[in-house]
Design a protein around this ligand. Structure first.
Ligand SMILES: C=C(O[C@@H]1C=C(C(=O)O)C=C[C@H]1O)C(=O)O
Length: 404
């Protein structure tokens, strides 16, 4: 349980936020910042017990589970540990006059206040850097060969769909400031889940994702979505009248069918399915089908937890069938996705019983002088390598906008 403490340091709100981030980073601790879609204010979760931040299983999405922030890799490995940051300090920029603290933090408040007050006005923020080497970045020819290999695997029926991806390295512009970039992302993408996560052994990640993986809202409605199928949003275009190619409809349908198969595995029939419809994500359009289950009407208290464990990674980022698609990626993709296409978000924070987990897309990893950007595309039998390359270029622009 978190307790609310009145908190009025003589500092403007943005400076308080910066100083809290500095408090975490200068003492080698993890910190997460996020802004929910269609809301105004960011939130911060700071964890004092760094050792307890490394999780095993995906988090439980139940009211009795700990409050904190989850940050999970695409696939489990020693190189990219799954994180769950128990909330020791929670700061909501909508209520800057108070701060929520855990019992562990409450016991150390005098020390924390002292550390906070002693930090210099303009401290350089020592963002955590991943200990992993920079990932290999595919040239256009290499990426097109990967797409061709994916199509060949579909032709031989090893897989029906696979989502290939690549990383790109880009220098940071002079004076780049991650907190300012986080602000910039919030302003650019009001309907995205915007995040900035920094943790030892994990590095620092910034993103603006359009995709819900598993959510339980205030009304106790569980939600997930199939988001697949992409085209550029061109000037003057009305999203509602967008035309979709058969290839997009097919790759979308595979994600929707996979979600239905997860409900079926749990023998849950009472789900509502709406879509697909066209949605806007930055300068892109996607096809989206929404799924909802009223948890108060089904006797299934662990549905969120169970669905999360079945869903990840969905065929929006992995493929169908799941294991052969993941095997294909392991052998052919040629780099470590790390936390790209993993998932992230708050659980029971601040509201008990509410969880919002998103797929980590349209993201970058921050290094001291450069950023590593990630993007992928769903392949089907009709995929054209040049078009898939183009689609990754378009997707990279969403997060790339903050490096201009
Ligand atoms: C893989 C990415 O996006 C996913 C793939 C999509 C597609 O193939 O059409 C669309 C939305 C996302 O589910 C990405 O942004 O890197």
């Amino acid at each position: 349980m978190l307790q609310r403490i009145s908190w009025k340091p003589e500092l403007p709100v943005a400076a308080r936020l910066r100083r809290l981030v500095a408090l975490a980073l200068t003492s080698g601790r993890p910190v997460a910042l996020w802004r929910l879609p269609n809301t105004q204010h960011a939130r911060l979760c700071l964890c004092l017990r760094t050792d307890s931040a490394y999780a095993g299983l995906p988090p439980a999405l139940e009211p009795t589970a700990p409050a904190g922030f989850a940050f999970f890799p695409f696939r489990d490995s020693d190189h990219n540990p799954p994180l769950f940051l128990p909330a020791d300090l929670f700061f909501d920029l909508a209520q800057p006059e108070e701060i929520h603290v855990s019992a562990a933090a409450a016991a150390r408040l005098p020390e924390l206040r002292q550390h906070f007050a002693a930090l210099p006005e303009s401290v350089e923020l020592p963002w955590h850097v991943s200990r992993q080497p920079e990932p290999a970045t595919a040239s256009r020819a290499e990426y097109e060969a990967l797409v061709a290999a994916g199509v060949a695997a579909i032709e031989t029926e090893t897989v029906r769909k696979v989502v290939s991806s690549r990383a790109v390295r880009q220098s940071l512009p002079a004076g780049f400031d991650a907190l300012a970039a986080f602000e910039d992302l919030q302003a650019r993408y009001p309907n995205a889940f915007v995040s900035l996560v920094s943790a030892p052994g994990v590095g620092t990640w910034l993103g603006a994702t359009p995709e819900v993986l598993a959510e339980i809202d205030e009304q106790q409605i569980f939600r997930t979505m199939a988001l697949a199928g992409t085209q550029p949003l061109l000037p003057g275009m009305k999203p509602a009248t967008a035309k979709w190619a058969g290839k997009d409809l097919e790759e979308h349908a595979m994600v929707a069918r996979y979600i239905v198969s997860c409900f079926k595995q749990l023998r849950l029939r009472e789900y509502d399915e709406q879509g697909p419809r066209t949605v806007v994500a930055g300068q892109l359009l996607h096809l989206r089908t929404d799924f909802a289950v009223h948890l108060r009407e089904v006797p299934f208290p662990t549905l969120g937890t169970d669905m999360l464990r079945l869903l990840h990674p969905t065929p929006a980022v992995g493929g169908v069938p799941k294991q052969p698609a993941l095997e294909f990626l392991r052998h052919h993709e040629g780099y470590d996705r790390a936390y790209y296409a993993g998932f992230l978000g708050p659980v029971n924070l601040p509201e008990t019983g509410v969880a919002r987990l998103y797929v980590n897309l349209r993201c970058l990893q921050l290094r001291p002088r450069e950023a590593i950007l990630y993007a992928g595309t769903g392949l089907t039998i009709d995929s054209d390598p040049a078009r898939e390359w183009q689609e990754t270029e378009l997707k990279l622009r969403t997060i790339g906008a903050i490096l201009q």
